[in-house]
Ligand binder design. Sequence first.
Ligand code: SAH
Length: 317
Amino acid sequence: MSDLVPNGNDVVSELVDLLLDRIHIDKELGQHFLINEKILQRAVEISGAGADSHILEIGPGPGTLTHFLLALGSKVTAIEFDGMVVEHLQRVHSQAIESGQLCLVKGDALHVAWPKDLTHVVSNPPYQISSPLLSKIDNWQNEAKRRDDNELQSVVLLLQEEFASRLTMEFGIASRGPLGINMALNWQCSLDLKVPPHSFTPHPEVHSRLVLLKPRNLMDELDIEVEPRLVKRMVDHAFAERRRKMRNRLKGTPRKIERVPNWNRKIWRQVADKLLSGKEDINLGSGWEDFRPEDLEVNEWLILAQKFEHINNELVE
Ligand code: SAH
C-alpha cells in the first residue's frame, strides 16, 4: 500500500482530512465522506470479496473504503468523477496504482466502461445516482449471463434509508414498487447496518443503510419462464398509478411495449381483454383484478406476465 496512506487507527480521519484540505465540498456530487471505520469494515466483510476478486468502487472520494478493499489483496477499479478528488487519490494510493492493484478511472461511473472481469461491487456511491446505478448493475449481470461471462458474486452499497427500504421491500405493501420487484428477479437484497448522519462529514440530511445484494434467479427458483422485459414494462406501467385497480391498469398499454419481442399495443389490448373477460384460468387469488398493484407479490407478477405471454402465443397460433 502507498507510503502516503497513514497507518493505524487514524487512517480514516487522516485520509478524509487530507482530502478536505484540498477540495471544496460539492454537495451536487453527493460528497458526504464516511468517517466511521466500522461501517467501512462491515461493507468489506459482508461482500465476501478476497484476494482473487476484482472489485468495482464507485465514487471513492477520500479513498478510505478503497484502502480497506486494497487490504484484502483484491484488484480494485475505482471510478471518481471529481478531478480534484482524483488528484488526491493518485497521491494517497500511488503505490497501489503503480503496482497495478488499483485502477483509478476519472469519469462518470454511469457512462465509463466497466472492466469485464468484475466479481464484486462495493461502494458508498453518491445517492442521486442510486437508481440508474442499480439499473446498470442489473443490466451488467444480465449481460454477463447472456455472454456466459463472469457474473457479479455480490454487491454492497450504502444507500439512503428510504431507498433501501424500497429496494428490499422492507415494509411489505408500503414499500412495494418497481424498484424492489424488478431487482428481486436477479438479486436477494438484504438490509445490514443502519448508518446515522453523524457517521459522515459533512452530515447528510438523511439516514443511510448498508445493503447486500446476492445474485439469484427467481424465475428458476419458482420454475416460471417469462421474458423479463415484459415483467418490467408491466410492473412499471401498473405502478405509474399505484392506487388504481389492476383491471384498470391492464386496460392501458405500457410505454414502449413494442420494444419487448412479440409485443405491440394492439396485441397487448387483445391479451388484456381476453384475460379480463374472466374466462381465462390464472393461478392468482380470486378477485385479483380488483387488487391494487401494491397488493401483488413478486411471484404473482411473474404468474401474470407468464399468462400474458401464453395468451399472446395462443392468439398467434
Ligand atoms: N466513498 C466515499 C465517498 C462518498 S461521496 C466515502 O464513503 O466516504 C460520493 C463520491 O462520489 C464523491 O467523491 C463524488 O465526487 C463521487 N461522484 C459523484 N458523482 C459521481 C459519478 N457520477 N461517478 C463517479 N463518482 C461520482
